[in-house]
Write a protein that binds this ligand. Sequence first.
Ligand code: ASP
Length: 355
Amino acid sequence: MNKIFLSFLSILIISWSCSQPADNQSVSEETTTQSEFALAIHGGAGTIKRENMSEEQEAEYRAKLKEALDAGYTVLESGGEALDAVIAAVKVMEDSPLFNAGKGAVFTNEGKNEMDAAIMDGRDRNAGAVAGLTTVKNPITAARAVMENSPHVFMTGAGAEQFAVEQDLELVSPDYFFTDFRFQQLEKIRETEKTQLDHSSLLELELQDPFFKDRKFGTVGAVALDKNGNIAAATSTGGMTNKRYGRVGDVPIIGAGTYADNATCAVSATGHGEFFIRTVVGHEIASQMRYGNKSLKDAANDVVMKQLVEMGGSGGIISIDRMGNIAMPFNSEGMYRGYRKADQEAQVFIYKDQN
Ligand code: ASP
């Protein structure tokens, strides 16, 4: 009798402890308080150092990041969906020439602007992605249209553009995406390549050359938790300066640069896409939470600060879970980033030192 009672008691204890949530207390030193709703954004990672920025430049970035956070926050505060919040935040950054997405997209080797974007809904893991767009003003809206109005997840090139036309999305001439600053970046790389490509592979060149080391990954992204407890992620990019024909980075690869699942977290990445694809960054973080029972902070740190570093992949991520915990690790010098939680002011950071 005693034995039966004891085993019944131990079953009760085991099932109670399994039903406890994983440690969600200290997900990031920046965001230890849990929240009813929240969002985080990034505007790219890279060699972003205080000494290389003028006061005006810095102020411009901070103001635009804050504007993007506020746009998403307004949606969430009024009870809107995480999906709408991430779109609102990303659109603000796509419309700014400061970031490598939409208006400020970088140039391909052929001197064009080809954009990729993706969105994912944590409720049901529905997702939409586009690659190689040249005329859609806000590529993130095309990703959403693929998710909501087509039976597909991923559309590329001419087909994706055709779909955008049919969906009545706002189109612009490819000239809209021309910015002098980005074109000069391409010229500079072309020049370096001409003198060095005979001697080294493109990857060696990237690792050695000071210009490449200084590269900034200006991709934009947002993750959000809404009042209904749903999370979503969105990412948009021009890719990497001088990318070759047909190159697609991590951003529109669901599970790599963009991922969301209510059961774990929402992730949006920025960095050297090839490495992020090979690490399957977003899905890897979610899997460590799901199968390893790790907190968001520990999972995100393992992937960004360990796995990517070992491989040589520079960049970072923003992420959120259903408790409103936020982790934003990056292994580069800086990352344009910020977050805003319910009833709090927007927090914006650029450099490593939480500033
Ligand atoms: N991850 C992007 C890509 O490889 C680049 C970036 O983050 O700026 O396409």
